[in-house]
Design a protein around this ligand. Sequence first.
Ligand code: AMP
Ligand code: GLY
Length: 424
Amino acid sequence: MKVLIVGSGGREHAIAWKAAQSPRVTKLYCAPGNAGIAGIAECVDIGVMEFEKLADFAKEQEIDLTIVGPDDPLAGGIVDVFEARGLRVFGPRKNAAILEASKAFSKDLMKKYGIPTAAYEVFDDAEKALEYLETASMPIVLKADGLALGKGVLICHTPEEAKAGVREIMTDKKFGAAGNQMVIEEFMTGREVSVLSFVDGDTIRIMTSSQDHKRAQDGDQGLNTGGMGTFSPSPFYTEEVDRFCREHIYQATVDAMKQEGRPFKGIIFFGLMLTEKGPRVLEYNARFGDPETQVVLPRMKNDLIDVVEACVDGTLDQVELEFEDNAAVCVVLASDGYPVHYEKGFPIRGLERFEGADGYYVFHAGTKFDAEGRVVTNGGRVLGVTATGGTLKEARRRAYEATEWVAFDNKYMRHDIGKAIDEA
Ligand code: AMP
Ligand code: GLY
């Protein structure tokens, strides 16, 4: 079968790599892809928001299945466009992608259905939000309602800081229309865990756990980024936590969406915080995590295409997911200055070291070919270097070893990815 993947980051490279393992896949396309994805798929120069062009391409090439990676096209309704054209596509429709696209929606959903999350209020008026802050206790968390590249969340320690945050989000529209509404919520403390799942509208199947490192610098300092590295599994995701989440969070979310007339098919990514009072949902994403996918898919034993098709067909109840009894660590190699200002276009050396290196992977996030055909940096996050190992420590040692195989100007990484596991 012919498969099209929509997106161009490390997540899509990992999805493409995993899809390519399926004996059922005869031809793989990726739109728009990157220099790494080009090694396993034919890259097509169509942007992720060009829904009609993508659907035209899928029709012309008789694509059997399209897998959508990023949040923006899902929130924009790419799945609805493909379905209207009679194309098979994996991902939530627009009315279900709202689970990620509106924090006000997801918080109200959790409240209505008793799914554990931080206490909150929704505001569509800056004055009311400022008034609320007069009596709120600190620290407090401000969230722009809409999609904001993971940057629309402000943790404020003083009322002055919080008021300035409200003005940034709602008055100055720092995150654009994402700030037309905002959520103000209780600050929680605890370990964060990411749990990805496949959903077919009714049934949910949980993947192995992972943990991201969102801040730019070691010791969780600096600005929030898309994610600087991940490890899987999380040793903090115990059987007890799993039991609680299965009982109160996972199926409850799928049932709530169905009840609301917004059946969810695709990936639900649960961002959890393990608080003293038990696990709480920090946020939902309606797609694979990036870079969580780079540590989860290399550990998955199932044929990805089989699982994705079961979601599309509503037969996920007949599928059991299986993961290797190992661990994986992904260290993101970024361009120095990310997530603010960084340069692009530097040649990347050493990528060939990964060819045939068992249990080592280099997923491309921001790369392209230059006019001379060299692979050059083309983004803030450039590569995701992943290694598996028998234990998390072993995987971490191997991942950091492999970060030395590649070189490019302004190469930057965190040196403490997975360090938390030492405390487990
Ligand atoms: P979100 O995009 O909602 O996941 O928020 C981004 C990051 O902000 C999370 O990964 C947490 O580190 C932090 N965060 C979000 N909500 C809260 C909260 N209620 N309490 C403490 N930290 C939070
Ligand atoms: N790594 C966090 C995300 O994909 O949103």
